[in-house]
Write a protein that binds this ligand. Structure first.
Ligand code: AMP
Length: 283
């Protein structure tokens, strides 16, 4: 495993790979790695000759400075986890100045409304920060393919839009959500929950499964109000939003239309830990 903190040395290694005609995959992460991230690495290893995993806690995508401060950082542990990978991975772990230069700030993007709903509505400027860092990482690494989790489905669709609008020569690959045994979506934030809280947080997954069953027989409006009532009964979780949305526009639906695909999206707080999840409703 090679670990690079500087763009220049990373790019030398990338040039050597490309000169041999090999394909390069990128798995962008913010570290505090868990099995969800590892599943992305495995997908990348299957699809590409060489794989770069970036580990970078991106300051511009946090709307809350406390959240940025509290975000777990554990490079040594992350490297230990990645050592067991099939391939000799390349790790890119720059500091903010190395990646951004002097000006650590977001570019402003127009993602045609995808950035205005759900996470974008509740986390001001979040997707400008995501778009900025993804562009910088693509410029630095020049991958052929980049792998993102459906766990952050809105982010995945926004990155697809960014790539398409900016004409970036990178194929975006979406990977399924990896869950804990009880169904809770794996997340670095789960580390901040006690064992009991982690058990209780499976409520989110269980509710999504019920939503999927109801989707065939009930209207979106009646499912919405059912979900809101269920969350009110669950004193442990505070619902921030629940939406059933079209996967292309991410707009909340009133009526199902033939040929469209839909997902249910949830954000909820367990104490001060913000959890998100989503599920495909029709395949
Ligand atoms: P993060 O480090 O949280 O920014 O996540 C890095 C990448 O891992 C993103 O593309 C996430 O969507 C993906 N990811 C995080 N958790 C999971 C999970 N449980 N299953 C699949 N992908 C995940």
């Amino acid at each position: 495993m090679q670990v690079f903190k500087e763009k220049a040395t990373l790019q030398k290694a990338v040039r050597a790979i490309k000169s041999k005609g090999k394909s390069l995959g990128l798995v962008p992460t913010m570290g505090a790695l868990h099995k969800g991230h590892i599943s992305l690495v495995e997908n990348a290893e299957k699809d590409c000759d060489e794989v770069v995993v970036s580990i970078f806690v991106n300051p511009t995508q946090f709307d809350n400075p406390e959240d940025l401060k509290k975000y777990p950082r554990s490079l040594e542990n992350d490297l230990k986890l990645l050592k067991d990978s099939q391939k000799e991975l390349i790790i890119f772990a720059p500091n903010p100045e190395e990646l951004y230069g002097d000006k650590i700030a977001s570019e402003q993007f127009d993602f045609e409304g995808l950035e205005k709903v759900m996470e974008g509505k509740y986390r001001t400027g979040h997707f400008d920060g995501v778009g900025t860092v993804v562009k910088l990482l693509f410029e630095a690494v020049k991958p052929d393919r980049a792998f993102f989790g459906e766990k952050d489905f809105q982010q995945l669709q926004i990155i697809r839009k960014l790539t398409q609008k900016a004409g970036l020569p990178v194929e975006i690959v979406g990977c399924p959500i990896l869950r804990e045994e009880n169904g809770l979506a794996r997340s670095s934030r789960n580390e901040r929950l006690s064992t009991e809280e982690r058990e209780k947080a499976a409520f989110i997954y269980e509710t999504l499964l019920k939503v999927k069953r109801l989707f065939g027989i009930k209207s979106a409006a009646s499912i919405n109000s059912w979900v809101e009532k269920e969350f009110k009964k669950c004193s442990f979780l505070k619902l921030e939003y629940f939406e059933i949305a079209d996967i292309q526009t991410l707009k909340k639906i009133n009526k199902k239309e033939k040929g469209h695909k839909y997902r249910a999206f949830v954000a909820a707080y367990a104490g001060d830990v913000r959890l998100i999840d989503n599920m495909a409703l029709n395949n």
